[in-house]
Design a protein around this ligand. Structure first.
Ligand SMILES: CC(C)(COP(=O)(O)OP(=O)(O)OC[C@H]1O[C@@H](n2cnc3c(N)ncnc32)[C@H](O)[C@@H]1OP(=O)(O)O)[C@@H](O)C(=O)NCCC(=O)NCCS
Length: 177
């Protein structure tokens, strides 16, 4: 039964997921997840690994990472960080969930973690860049569902016929501030 017609199962599956800092040993699993999603071009995989490596080597500097684990196996990850030359604008550099675990709330939990960490660091704006391609329709729906707004588009950015869509979300300061 798929997660989409088994909401109770999806909820319990998401509850079993643990979020934590990834380790360098998760690198091969990151590659597997990125490749398995089927939306990234082959030349994007080394870039994903590069930002992951940097986040794991020096957490909390330029790149921050979070992994979602079912038992000890990574099911998804996100990498985010402050945008240089801005005042408290942050970028979601990468997010991917293993297709076998999609639709269970893992992406939502990863995004919630990113947003909480960004708010805690005084961030006020999150920017997410994605593609206008048909196979990214689910991804765009995901961001919209989580309150992100499509703020700008640059036609032909990634490739002919493939525009850049910039999603944004303005964050409220945490209650303690
Ligand atoms: C985008 C992605 C990270 C979402 O992760 P996920 O674990 O499947 O998402 P969730 O199950 O947490 O869904 C969160 C919300 O988005 C909505 N959503 C997810 N996919 C959707 C779709 N295809 N259509 C409409 N809504 C969708 C869900 O309904 C859910 O809303 P709800 O919690 O109110 O029910 C995942 O699909 C993925 O890895 N995609 C391929 C890689 C990618 O595109 N990365 C981003 C590059 S910019």
């Amino acid at each position: 039964m798929s997660a989409s017609n088994n909401p109770a199962g999806a909820t319990s599956a998401a509850a079993a997921v643990i979020l934590r800092l990834p380790r360098a040993s998760d690198r091969d699993r990151v590659r597997e997840i990125v490749e398995a999603t089927g939306v990234f071009r082959p030349d994007e995989t080394p870039i994903a690994l590069e930002v992951f490596d940097t986040a794991v080597r020096a957490p909390g500097t330029d790149y921050w990472a979070v992994g979602a684990y079912v038992s000890t196996r990574m099911a998804g990850f996100a990498v985010f960080g402050p945008v240089p030359c801005t005042l408290a604008t942050w970028d979601l550099y990468w997010i991917a969930v293993d297709p076998a675990a999609q639709g269970m709330g893992i992406g939502r939990r990863l995004m919630a973690h990113c947003e909480e960490a960004i708010v805690a660091e005084g961030g006020r704006l999150i920017v997410v860049e994605t593609s206008s391609r048909h196979d990214y329709a689910a991804t765009r729906a995901f961001y919209q569902r989580l309150g992100y707004e499509a703020g700008a588009a640059i036609p032909e950015y990634y490739a002919p016929g493939d525009a850049l869509i910039v999603f944004t979300k303005y964050l409220r300061p945490s209650a303690s501030e």
